[in-house]
Design a protein around this ligand. Structure first.
Ligand SMILES: O=C(O)CCC(=O)C(=O)O
Length: 357
């Protein structure tokens, strides 16, 4: 039975953008940008330097307004770099400049990169998660999910979110806290035990046995939730107390009655002080790991897909060893479908061991 005041979370909705900027991507995965002197150069990092817009005569560098003449043919773009004509792939880019997202992330402790992943990547993630058009399939448990489809590696190595996380935490040196798995949240039957409110590692104890970090100390981790399905309040989109990264404590006991003496199936707080971030499939929500959050209640008949990742500073112990999954990926044909930039990023994030190890 529903109690008054339940399921009253505030909705923060992100509509599918009408326009996306583009990346111009070299075969090795590096991205064309403008250096500080206005010269064309290739970069591995996705900051404002590598964001372009199409124009009738070629492409325009968004942050400086510099027009560059280019031959655009279907998804290819040929530009002159020095004395060479270089052909680059025109790739789906963000709705906003990376600096705009960074400003929001620093100010609010979270940001939504709406519809940043391509429909092809979304389709691959849905296939692995067995959601949406693939709901009739059973998840494959024979191999790590990163080996099951290149979409998983493409999502792991998405360059704008990596640039944002590195800038927010203030280090390049990051690792993932567990192997990234597209998974699904089943429909809620109104009775079963559900996930309670929590902050994330290292602000809570974990099986890794690391010391719980001081919420007032330097930032140690950022979560990246990829919306594999459309995320709506009805289908159980993640619920947050936005801004709670600034709170001195983890969620209060009254938000988690099931953990404090009530029946274990008692639902966690779902009143109007909580926020649901709604966004189309392919969106990425980044949030400070201190933020109070929980999975939503999936009130539909369909599974909701997500891929949750924890990016941790070098001194945080991961919850699970990510290296075996990466070694399996290296041996898998899927690894060859990734470009060298993607291969390097994934390998670094999964093979780096924390300082303490
Ligand atoms: O499934 C979700 O929506 C969120 C779950 C989550 O963030 C977590 O388990 O830490």
């Amino acid at each position: 039975m529903t109690n008054p005041g339940e399921f009253q979370e505030r909705v923060v909705r992100h509509e599918r953008p009408k326009h996306h900027f583009v990346f111009l991507i070299a075969p090795d995965g590096s991205m064309l940008g403008l250096d500080d002197d206005g010269a064309l150069a290739l970069y591995d990092e996705a900051d404002d330097r590598v964001i372009w817009d199409r124009t009738p005569r070629g492409v325009m560098h968004v942050s400086t307004g510099t027009a560059v003449s280019a031959k655009l043919e279907a998804d290819d773009c040929t530009v002159r770099i020095g004395s060479d004509d270089v052909t680059l792939r025109v790739g789906h880019g963000p709705e906003h400049l990376p600096s705009v997202y960074l400003e929001h992330l620093k100010r609010e402790g979270w940001v939504c990169l709406t519809s940043l992943l391509t429909p092809e990547i979304v389709d691959g993630l849905q296939r692995v998660a067995c959601t949406d058009d693939y709901e009739h399939l059973e998840p494959n448990t024979d191999s790590p999910r990163v080996c099951q489809h290149s979409a998983v590696g493409q999502a792991i190595s998405e360059p704008i979110s990596l640039w944002l996380i590195r800038h927010y935490i203030g280090t390049r040196d990051l690792h993932l806290g567990h192997p990234p798995n597209p998974t699904s949240l089943p429909p809620y039957d109104g009775k079963r035990r559900v996930q309670g409110w929590h902050a994330d590692i290292p602000y809570i104890p974990s099986v890794g046995g690391h010391p719980v970090a001081d919420r007032g100390g330097p930032i140690k981790a950022v979560q990246r939730n990829v919306c594999v399905s459309d995320f709506t309040k009805r289908n159980g989109a993640t619920v947050y107390k936005l801004g709670s990264h600034r709170a001195e404590t983890n969620p209060p006991p009254e938000w988690n009655p099931a953990r404090h003496g009530a029946d274990p199936a008692t639902r966690p707080y779902s009143g109007p002080e909580a926020d649901v971030v709604e966004a189309p499939a392919g969106s990425i929500v980044l949030y400070d790991a201190r933020t109070w959050h929980r999975a939503g209640f999936n009130q539909t008949q369909h599974k909701r897909g997500a891929m949750l990742m924890s990016f941790q500073a070098a001194d945080v112990s991961p919850k699970r060893d990510t290296r075996p999954a990466c070694q399996r990926l290296h041996e898998s044909p899927v690894y060859q479908e990734l470009d060298p930039r993607q291969q390097r990023e994934i390998t670094e994030l999964l093979m780096s061991q924390p300082d303490a190890a």
